[in-house]
Design a protein around this ligand. Structure first.
Ligand code: PLP
Length: 421
């Protein structure tokens, strides 16, 4: 898929007069259009709800846009629950899919009426004894060696998440005995996957599990959550998942395996993060230095602290040199940040047009797991986040960190000079 950007050089030069680089900038209209496409693809379902995996882009301004498009929040920590609360999400608009969860977090989730999606059977007693169980309950399934995962998430058998089938059956039995009135079921076994067959396969697996557990335990399911994991086309040669086709293929299975079997109609849920915001965020950075040794380097004012994926996973992020979109890529560069870590590279051996100090570089697809994975190693300050609004104006949705933010947890008073007498 051709990589494009929703702004030009003049706009960026104008923005940098107010907000210096580096910054992440998000395209509001594209986020809205994409959310509508997803909702449309599953509009056949009796009810459909996407729960945005907050960890991908934990910014309330982005979550608010998604809320306006009917999207809820998938939270996995106290901070994420509080973000959801701040924008007014409550009750079944929030899925609490955590693991190794402290009781304080369950207590907050309970106070907010969020759906409890338990990662393990042992959490039933843990919650029951400490704060009491909710009426609605969901469990996370791990299919073990009956399914293969992909590179990012690993094989299900090696994954720390979810429960075996035997545990699932026992867990629903326990909850039925304890008086639960509403049941859901969840799985998440894939990440950044572009082959939609994987998701169709997951739907089939879950519908079959619903048949089995409904009969075995004597309960009716109200909702199924297929998790997230829909990939995005990071590379120009990648194609996005065809959401309409995916929706139709899941629909066919739903009719065959749920409706024709006389099971209760289900609400269909997803909890995607990456595909919701990923393609609609861009890290804008400025070239500072040009260095020639055994290779050609361009040093930029962003670092791995602003975008960890290339350094951490060797992930590809497309790169555009603003104003040189149509110039031939006659140079081969490593594009690097200033961390004292050799993996601090946004691109390695990338063919690009000749870059000069002062050029703006746009790193694509940073809208998920970009700013969110930022850190302060080497004293790096996390960048600002900007929103390119649907009317073309730009709004600051998170300011850049300052040195005062960085040092806020330190007490410097022992080092203050004593006043001389
Ligand atoms: C990370 C995560 C998601 C979102 O995954 P994406 O690949 O961003 O779609 C959904 N559910 C759970 C439980 C997660 O941990």
């Amino acid at each position: 898929m051709k990589k494009t950007i929703p702004f030009n050089q003049a706009q960026i030069e104008n923005i940098t007069k107010t907000y210096p680089t580096p910054f992440h900038i998000y395209d509001e209209q594209a986020i809205r259009d994409n959310a509508r496409r997803l909702n449309q693809a599953f509009s056949w379902a009796p009810e459909f709800k996407e729960y945005f995996a907050v960890k991908a882009a934990p910014n309330p301004h982005l979550m608010q846009i998604l809320k306006e498009e009917g999207i809820g929040a998938d939270c996995s920590s106290l901070a994420e629950l509080i973000l959801a609360e701040k924008i007014g999400l409550h009750d079944e608009e929030i899925m609490f899919t955590s693991n190794e969860t402290p009781i304080e977090e369950y207590a907050k989730a309970k106070e907010m009426g969020a759906i409890f999606n338990l990662d393990d059977i042992s959490h039933i007693e843990y919650i029951d004894q400490k704060i009491g169980l909710p009426q609605t309950i969901c469990f996370r399934y791990n299919p073990g060696n009956s399914r293969v995962g992909n590179d990012i998430i690993g094989t299900p058998e090696e994954a720390k998440y979810g429960m075996t089938k035997e545990q699932m059956i026992e867990a629903y039995r326990m909850m039925k005995a304890k008086g639960a009135t509403k049941f859901g079921i969840h799985t998440m076994i894939i990440s950044n996957e572009l082959n939609r067959e994987f998701f169709v396969e997951t739907a089939k697996m879950m519908f079959s599990l619903i048949q089995e557990i409904s009969t075995e335990v004597g309960i009716e399911f109200s909702f199924v959550n297929f998790g997230g994991g829909i990939g995005i086309p990071y590379r120009p040669e990648d194609e996005p998942v065809d959401l309409e086709a995916l929706g139709q293929e899941v629909k066919a299975l739903y009719e065959e395996m749920i409706i024709k079997k006389g099971l209760r109609p289900l609400k269909i849920c997803l909890e995607c993060g990456r595909m919701i915001t990923g393609p609609y965020g861009y890290l804008v950075t400025k070239a500072l230095h040009h260095k020639d040794t055994y290779k050609h380097y361009i040093g930029v004012d962003a670092s791995m602290a602003d975008l960890m994926r290339p350094g951490m996973y060797g992930a590809y992020h497309h790169l555009t040199v603003l104003g040189k979109e149509n110039e031939p890529a006659t140079m081969t560069y490593d594009i690097v940040g200033s961390l004292c870590e050799n993996c601090d590279k946004f691109a390695v051996d990338r063919n690009l047009p000749p870059i000069e100090a002062g050029d703006y570089l746009v790193i694509h697809d940073t809208g998920a797991h970009g700013h969110a994975m930022g850190f302060n190693y080497n004293g790096k300050l996390r960048s600002a986040e900007l929103l390119l609004q649907s009317d073309g104006s730009v709004r600051l949705i998170r300011r850049a960190e300052t040195l005062n933010d960085l040092f806020a947890t330190l007490d410097f008073t022992p080092f203050l000079k004593k006043p001389s007498i």
